[in-house]
Write a protein that binds this ligand. Structure first.
Ligand code: GDD
Ligand code: GTP
Length: 424
């Protein structure tokens, strides 16, 4: 059998997702009508023979309880489980720590997915390459612009055989524009032997973490240091992947389809656009029917109320119980639960947080950035500003007020026009 592991991280991560992560853990944030990790699970259901999915992270147990309950009902073919690291163990540390649970049922291979990416997850294509090449590991790669490549793990591969020759995590200088998408397929034996080698290397070689002073050297206690310095942290990218490239049958599947990281809160807007586009292409029943006032793709939750004269889309999602008044214009935006947008307001390139209210004739707007650019800020008057305007939970924008390229923390009231600001 094959399993899937989803790395969900923990509360100390997702800081760039503020202010939205103040109110919901990033993996559960709704994009195109579903939590970010729901999209990963949906992709997993398309692979035949996967029953077990393990979410690994260091959020409190209670965080994923409801999600797992709902998702298990909706995707009954999956058996979902959340395993909690007692502290951040790194992207491979959790795999090692929970190896018994992963090995249960003797899977010969398993997928590992970073929770914070948005893509078409071509898992079946990766599986095919894995089998064709008799591989021990397959990584999903995509080509990005040279100027952003170094923000990711970079892959040097043999053009013809697709074999990974070299892997460097976030290199200092340019080595390749083929980057790591954060999706892997590993043979169980190969990955655990690589993890073992990495752990062994570390204990064999005394670490130089605390640089003891001359008089301390005599009493320098390695064991204590190993304990307290988080020796269990093991990073897939830095500690394992380059070794895999050197010693194992390691291949890359390059996707030409969409791919995007979900790091900043603003990146939820392009990610949502990409998932909406995908749903539209696959003629998903979930989307709102196109009409003169609905420019597809648009998602409207069944409990939301949208006035017939409001014009929505493209790339808009409207959450549960939101109300959108007459003459409103919404484009390239995410409207979350219980939001109220009053008549003739205009919301462009923005995220409107849970329970927020936008007054009549108000304008809340960001600035577009190209969908595939991986860039999330724009320069205005020589200053880098947030391209997507974000209102946190329970904010209110008064009638006729204009909010432009701002991030607004929860519970704020905006009574005058603001631009290019973080409102705290
Ligand atoms: N369980 C667990 N424990 N998950 C973790 C931990 C941890 O200690 N640390 C990170 N994660 C999860 C995050 O939630 C995320 O889903 C994923 O692992 C990777 O997060 P980061 O470690 O922050 O890496 P990154 O996102 O900057 O870069 C990674 O992803 C890029 C693609 O999005 C690398 O794999 C890059 O090479 C890659 O290009
Ligand atoms: P589409 O091609 O249909 O999207 O129209 P467009 O490109 O001409 O304009 P768009 O709808 O993108 O909106 C441009 C501007 O017109 C927005 O910034 C709004 O201020 C305004 N606008 C357009 N339609 C409406 C509307 O129905 N209500 C309100 N309040 N403003 C609107």
């Amino acid at each position: 059998p094959t399993k899937a592991i989803i790395l969900v991280g923990g509360p100390s991560r997702g800081t760039r997702f503020r202010p939205l992560s103040l109110d919901v853990p990033k993996p559960l944030f709704d994009i195109a009508g579903h939590p970010i990790i729901w999209h990963c699970l949906r992709a997993v259901t398309k692979v035949q023979g996967i029953r077990d999915v393990i979410l690994v992270g260091y959020y409190d147990e209670s965080v994923f309880k409801d999600f797992i309950k709902d998702a298990s009902k909706e995707l009954p073919q999956l058996r979902l489980q959340y395993l909690r690291e007692y502290q951040a163990l790194g992207t491979a540390g959790g795999l090692y720590h929970f190896r018994d649970a992963i090995l249960k049922g003797n899977p010969d291979k398993f997928f590992v997915l970073n929770a914070d990416v948005c893509c078409s997850f071509p898992l079946n294509e990766m599986l095919k390459l894995f089998e064709d090449k008799d591989a021990e590991a397959v990584i999903l790669g995509t080509k990005v612009n040279k100027d952003v490549a170094n923000n990711f793990g970079c892959i040097v591969s043999d053009e013809h055989s697709k074999r990974v020759l070299h892997y460097v995590e976030k290199p200092e200088s340019h080595i390749s524009n083929l980057i790591n998408c954060g999706v892997y397929l590993f043979s169980t034996d190969a990955i655990f032997s690589a993890i073992k080698t990495a752990t062994k290397k570390r204990t064999d070689r005394p670490r130089m973490v605390s640089y003891p002073s001359a008089e301390d050297v005599g009493s320098y206690n390695l064991d204590v240091d190993e304990e307290s310095s988080g020796n269990e942290i093991l990073r897939l990218e830095q500690d394992i992947l380059s070794d895999l490239a050197d010693t194992k049958q390691f291949y890359v599947y390059e996707t030409k389809d969409f791919w995007r990281q979900i790091k900043t809160a603003g990146s939820a807007v392009p990610a949502s656009a990409l998932y909406l586009q995908k749903a539209f292409q696959s003629q998903s029943e979930e989307l709102a029917k196109p009409s003169a006032n609905i420019l597809p793709p648009v998602y409207i939750h069944p409990t939301a109320t949208v006035d017939a004269s409001a014009k929505l889309g493209p790339h808009v999602s409207v959450g549960p119980r939101a109300t959108i008044g007459a003459g409103v214009r919404v484009k390239e935006s995410i409207i979350l639960e219980d939001v109220e947008i009053k008549h003739d307001a205009c919301v462009l390139y923005s995220i409107i947080g849970w329970g927020s209210a936008v007054g009549a004739w108000a304008r809340v707007e960001g600035t577009p950035t190209p969908l595939g650019s991986h860039v999330e800020s724009v320069v205005k008057n020589g200053v880098k500003v947030q391209s997507i305007t974000i209102l946190g939970k329970d904010c209110s924008v008064k009638d006729e007020v204009r909010v432009q390229n701002c991030v607004c923390l929860p519970n704020k009231e905006l009574k005058r026009d603001v631009a290019n600001e973080v409102i705290m």
